[in-house]
Design a protein around this ligand. Sequence first.
Ligand code: 5AD
Ligand code: SF4
Length: 444
Amino acid sequence: MSETRKLYIKTYGCQMNVYDSERMAEALGAKGYVQTDRPDDADMILLNTCHIREKAVEKVYSELGRFRPLRHTKPDLKIGVAGCVAQAEGEEIMRRQPMVDLVVGPQTYHRLPAMVEAVQAGGTARDTAFPEEDKFQHLPKVRKHPRGPAAFLTVQEGCNKFCAFCVVPYTRGAEVSRPVRQLLHEARELVARGVREITLLGQNVNAYHGEGPEGQEWGLARLIRTLAGIDGLDRIRFTTSHPDDMDEDLIAAHGDCDKLMPYLHLPVQAGSNRILKAMNRKYTAEAYIRLIERIRAARPDLLLSGDFIVGFPGETEADFQATLDLVKTVGYGQAYSFKYSARPGTPAAERTPVPPEQADDRLRRLQALLGAQQRTTQEAMVGRVVRVLFEKPGRLEGQQVGKSEYLHAVHAAAPKAIRGQIAPVRLTGSSANSLAGELIQTAP
Ligand code: 5AD
Ligand code: SF4
């Protein structure tokens, strides 16, 4: 029996990092580590970092600085940096910040147990390779008890699209799809532990093309339909998708697969064809709009979400207007918008930037429009009945919070025992980031 040690993990960035953090905790569980949510209690601190937008590296250094005093009170404390900043800047981080004992990239964290052993013996460890082997084959097969009834499952990783602004193809590497058999096993594991909703994750999840049980290739729609056959699994979602990979079968699944929720995150990034081309997005605004029409024809109540970048190099006011026009034409229930941030090593980083005041101004105007659309969408839900998967306590005494089919956070007065259940709720009000509702009492 190894002795018990405490592990504190801080996770930045996307949902895949949340999933990776869980898997790292499981891998280190085998080394006797149990998770704590207090850094001052930890024997090992791991920062699981994100490199997608600006100041990523600075954030890591300042976070490390905050942990420095802990090192004085606990000389044996080990500190590791994981994730995409580790992948991109790991060597430099170790050189500049000697308090870092360990650096591990997103594709090598199955090797953490051996790395931690080296670190415990007083050494340092750095592994940011893109290994041949499949890390998932080397991670514990039994999933830890999940935190709630909704879980993430990485089905695809990496990206071959090389959008001109994006670091992902460099930090996460080339596209890899996990084999169907592995995913069915993991999904069943989660469901056996009380999970009722699974969000399939991938940087380009709808490009999924994993090996099927008989060696043939499966697309995402086939995987979703098969997962839908698992008893006890009630809801399936997937994120993030590229418009070019929405194939016929996946569009159809939105109409005919009951367990696939009516919510789709489909980033467009910009509405100007000139900018889309400069971004290397490989579609036009018109093609995106037609695609949305087809998906909505399959699932009329779909709630659409998107990502937008303003101030991409070369973006003029007319280009930006085209983005506003696209948003007005399409209508988003929810969206994320960002100011372009030059990422080292990406093609767009070499181009002349838009003046920051202009980019700030455009971001403000875009967010005002998207915010208004989100409010209108939410307000239109009031009076309707949705089905909520309750996950955790609400802010007020006696309240529980969960997610509707449309991924809205919904809170309602309900007993604690409702957590993990899906119940009908009549929506009564809408506020900035959530909806309020009343449980509809069903006959016992
Ligand atoms: N600058 C600004 N936003 C970016 N994104 C990705 N790279 C950058 C960048 N360099 C945004 C895109 C993507 C989302 C995950 O982050 O909108 O869809
Ligand atoms: Fe990045 Fe997504 Fe483009 Fe891939 S498709 S390069 S992950 S923005």
